[in-house]
Design a binder for this molecule. Structure first.
Ligand code: 5GP
Length: 191
């Protein structure tokens, strides 16, 4: 029998277009996998949605606050995700504190951010969540009703662009049936 014990992954990077259902999927995975998952709370300069709490969904920052943190090197990665002007970034301290607590730290970030973190943490697992097709994604984005027409168009354009990078990820999961996607996701982390 081999005595090489398989090490549990420490960092999980999840990308996929806005509206694909990453949030719902990750909640189920956290509840059902039995793994000590902690979500890294990103910083952003976008306006909070009505249901969003500062410090829980994001650290909502002004442009000035964000750039100060950026200049101080507090971000592991940061990018303008939907064209110019709206920044998102992973705070080093979020990742470090989760890793120090022995957790599996999950980053739900865009493709550019994912590739940047993977370079810095080569052992991280990368998973890309895809919609069954682009029409489903459009419907989900519209159904959410949280974005203006312009913001939605921006998100769709970014989604199409991001789908072209899906092959750069170690695992790809199609979020068609949620139960199936949850199972595939948990398998992907454990294998
Ligand atoms: P939303 O505005 O819908 O909350 O997030 C939109 C997208 O921003 C997400 O799908 C995710 O890909 C990206 N995002 C969220 N946080 C970060 C982050 O810290 N860094 C990067 N690079 N992208 C992020």
């Amino acid at each position: 029998m081999s005595n090489t014990k398989k090490l549990r992954p420490r960092l999980l990077i999840v990308s996929g277009p806005s509206g694909v259902g990453k949030g719902t999927l990750l909640k189920r995975v956290a509840a059902e996998s039995g793994l000590p998952i902690v979500m890294s709370v990103s910083a952003t300069t976008r306006t909070p949605r009505p249901n969003e709490k500062n410090g829980t969904h994001y650290h909502f920052l002004t442009d000035k606050q964000f750039q100060e943190k950026r200049n101080a090197g507090e971000f592991l990665e940061c990018f303008e995700v939907f064209g110019k002007g709206i920044w998102y970034g992973t705070l080093r301290k979020e990742v470090e504190s989760g890793l120090n607590d022995g957790k599996l730290v999950v980053l739900e970030i865009d493709v550019k951010g994912a590739m940047s973190v993977k370079k810095q943490f080569p052992d991280a697992i990368t998973i890309f969540v895809e919609p069954p097709n682009i029409d489903t994604l459009k419907e989900r984005l519209r159904g959410r009703g949280t974005e203006s027409d312009e913001a939605m168009q921006n998100r769709l354009n970014t989604a199409i662009e991001e789908l072209n990078h899906a092959h750069e990820f170690q695992k790809r999961i199609v979020n068609d049936n949620l139960d199936t996607a949850v199972k595939q996701f948990i398998n992907a982390i454990n294998n």
